[in-house]
Design a protein around this ligand. Structure first.
Ligand code: SF4
Length: 731
């Protein structure tokens, strides 16, 4: 089943009919809108404000929303095209049931009855935990809360997790270990006020493009920019210092930088003694990380390590920003903690222009991990293993504490358990594990083993094609609610249109299913507003407190930063301002993990390192962005980036087909020969399915703490397969 990509005038007319007028100036003129709806981009965690133009229940375009402070009207290539997913001809408009002829449309009653019957049958035969639920971090806070409650009360399963397990969990776990709370410490408005910035493992200009503006403002104000990455990504091209770290070398690099800082006295002993714990063990550990030793482990020249310490150590103000490049590792948590060590050692946190932030990848990467859809979490960021937290939430929900399931499996572990025959049924929402989880042949085998699979989604993504029942849910603009961006700012999504045809809002599908499972009394919601009131009340007194927020306040104040524990509380844009951290003793923690190599390192058979990431025009597994023609045109297929030295050694020229092979299998993709990557590393972006999917060959080894897979490094070999697909090599 092919994905339909709209490219030509004929495509558009076939899809939308003659009501759509092609404008030779390069747009699709659908006339004047009936109204403008202030809302937010549906893609990355920056959550730029946008005004959608709506006409006759269709999103026909957009206008900038200049008053929204985060992006002030600016949008990236994905943001300006996001409106084109609405009314796409692939949009699911009715529930589908698998038959011998393929999928057939059916009624909601039939689809929901079939799903509820399958859930009951599987759970009666194999136990409650044999049915799993997988949620997503692009959905609203309301839906994240609902997913967690639905799994624990209606499905009565412990096995619920979400696709943020592939994204931000290493940062989340590290934040809690270091600070006792999981949130960026500063608003992004602090970035232009700083003196030095470390950007670690973040291809910022492609993955979170609008944040680039903040970095450039800082640079215009005199800040020095340090970029750590195996590739010279677009943001690195204008950096003052670029550290070309070997994939997997981040924790060693941080230890080396700290070693130089200690030697030169660029640490804040007073802050360390008054506000932190566990410094002596770290100080002892980094003694051996001399610049020369660190160079051996990381590939970063010793002088560059010293230079980084010289810029970072004595600065008056500094900001650390990082993303998946350091987190997608079997030591993702250790990497993040090693960078946090650099922040705590200087005491530059909790101040204007000084602090720390993880940049969330998914639209609700922050809020999606706060309200209870993680296997170890209850609403308000509570811990499912903490007896006091369990008491609070079970009482709030009106159930016995003993009826509240315990900690379940994480997302990849759920797929493993399906493959092992331990989990027999699955319901997923807005999750495409066949494209997004490593070693996808194993995911495919697991899906084929399921006795029942139900998928809630708005497009028939690659995983949903394995479903027995597909429940046609809602796009972001077809519902309303809240999300929380990468700063910790909770913002309002306003509804622009209603779902088309017989599609339903996601929350309605889940509540209807709960009713059919005999638990309707716990899910008697008429509107997301009621879910928000409940989730904010549930969060009261918890580590993540939204209880002072209302829709009206969020909208009128253009977002509120949590914690916001009372209606009159202004919210908390900057954490730790009084040097108070969220551990019981009020102190932050250093962590001393020695360097360890990746799960798979190079050897004679697989002599190169393989790494993956994003490109600017695509988003996650591409379910939305691979359907928007102009985004596809920008980067139509995955390419294998390699350095000219490596290409010469392999006899490869730009555009040649190459085969990248790991212990999981091979993919054939065109080579892109660039000087912007380490010669020992190749890179392929991961947004595509099928035979060119990068995740066919990535390694599913997990971080022992966060259970994030090691997307960012495994060993591989590369060989020439054939000449440039255009017929012979380029001149
Ligand atoms: Fe959307 Fe992120 Fe681009 Fe902003 S930066 S327009 S939120 S994809």
């Amino acid at each position: 089943m092919a994905t339909l990509t709209l490219k030509t005038e004929e495509d558009y007319i076939a899809a939308y009919g003659p009501t759509l007028n092609y404008s030779p100036a390069g747009g699709w003129d659908r006339g004047e809108p009936d109204r403008l709806v202030k809302t937010h981009c549906c893609f990355c965690g920056v959550q730029c404000g946008i005004q959608l133009k709506v006409k006759e229940n269709r999103v026909i375009g957009f206008e900038p929303w200049e008053e929204f402070p985060v992006n002030q009207g600016k949008l990236c290539p994905k943001g300006v095209k996001r409106y084109m997913q609405n009314e796409h001809p692939d949009r699911l408009k009715a529930p589908l049931l698998r038959s011998e002829q393929g999928f057939e449309e059916t009624t909601w009653d039939h689809a929901l009855d079939r799903t509820a019957t399958a859930i009951k049958s599987i759970q009666e035969r194999y136990g409650k935990d044999s049915f799993a639920f997988l949620g997503g971090a692009s959905m609203t806070n309301e839906k994240a809360y609902l997913n967690g409650k639905f799994a624990r009360i209606a499905l009565e399963t412990k096995n619920i997790d979400y696709n943020g397990r592939l994204c931000m969990v290493s940062a989340g776990a590290a934040n809690k270990k270091a600070f006792g709370i999981d949130r960026a410490a500063n608003p992004w408005s602090d970035i232009p006020k700083t003196d030095v910035i470390i950007l670690a493992g973040t291809n910022l200009a492609e993955c979170f493009p609008i944040l680039t503006d903040y970095i450039w403002k800082a640079r215009d104000n005199g800040a020095k920019i340090i970029v750590v990455d195996p590739r010279i990504t677009p943001i690195a091209r204008t950096a003052d210092l670029f550290l070309p770290v070997r994939p997997g070398g981040d924790s060693a690099l941080c230890h080396g930088i700290l070693h130089v800082m200690i030697l030169n006295g660029w640490i804040d002993e007073t802050f360390i003694s008054e506000h932190t714990e566990d410094w002596p063990a770290l100080k002892k550990l980094v003694r051996k990380f001399t610049p020369a030793y660190t160079e051996k482990l990381t590939g970063v020249p010793a002088r560059s390590i010293e230079k980084c310490a010289e810029l970072w150590g004595p600065a008056k103000k500094s900001m650390l920003l990082h993303a998946r490049g350091i987190e997608h590792h079997t030591k993702g948590v250790e990497n993040v903690l090693s960078y946090i060590n650099l922040v705590l050692a200087t005491g530059r946190i909790g101040k204007e222009g000084s602090g720390y932030g993880t940049i969330t990848g998914q639209g609700n990467g922050q809020g999606g991990r706060e309200h209870g859809q993680r296997c170890n979490q209850l609403p308000g960021g509570r811990d499912i293993n903490n007896s006091a937290h369990r008491e609070e939430i079970s009482k709030f929900w009106g159930i016995e504490e003993t009826a509240l399931p315990g900690e379940g499996l994480t997302a990849c572990e759920i797929i493993d358990a399906i493959e092992a025959g331990e989990i027999k049924g699955l319901l997923s929402i807005s999750f495409n594990p066949l494209v997004s989880i490593p070693d996808s042949q194993r995911t495919r085998k697991a899906l084929e083993k399921l006795e029942f699979y139900g998928a809630i989604d708005f497009f028939l993504n690659e995983t949903a094609r394995y479903a027995d029942v597909v429940l046609a849910g809602s796009l972001q603009e077809e519902d309303h609610g809240t999300v929380t961006n990468g700063e910790g700012r909770c913002i309002r999504l306003n509804q622009s249109v209603t779902p088309p045809g017989n599609a339903l809002p996601d929350w309605k599908i889940i509540c209807d299913l709960a009713d059919r499972l005999g638990k309707g009394r716990y899910f008697d919601y008429q509107d997301p507003r009621e879910m928000f009131s409940e989730l904010s009340a549930a969060s009261k007194g918890g580590p993540i407190d939204y209880s002072g927020m209302t829709y009206e306040r969020i909208e009128s104040e253009q977002g509120i930063f949590w914690p916001c524990p009372q209606p009159e509380h202004p919210g908390t844009p900057r954490l730790f301002e009084k040097g108070q951290f969220f551990h019981d003793d009020g102190k932050a923690r250093f962590h001393a993990f020695d360097y360890r190599p990746p799960a798979e390192d190079v050897d004679a058979e697989y002599p190169l390192l393989f790494t993956t990431g994003r490109v600017v025009s695509q988003y996650l597994s591409g379910t939305q962005t691979r359907r928007i023609g102009s985004l596809v045109d920008q980067y139509p297929e995955p390419l294998c980036e390699m350095h000219p030295h490596l290409a010469e050694k392999l006899g490869v020229e730009d555009g040649d087909q190459v085969r990248v092979t790991t212990r999981r299998g091979s993919i054939d993709v065109p080579a892109q020969v660039v000087k912007t990557i380490r010669p020992d590393t190749v890179f392929v972006p991961y947004h595509w399915p099928g035979k060119k999917s990068a995740n066919l060959i990535t390694n599913r080894a997990l971080d022992p703490i966060s259970k994030i897979p090691e997307f960012k490094v495994c060993s591989c070999r590369v060989e020439l397969v054939g000449p440039h697909a255009g017929g012979g090599r380029k001149a």
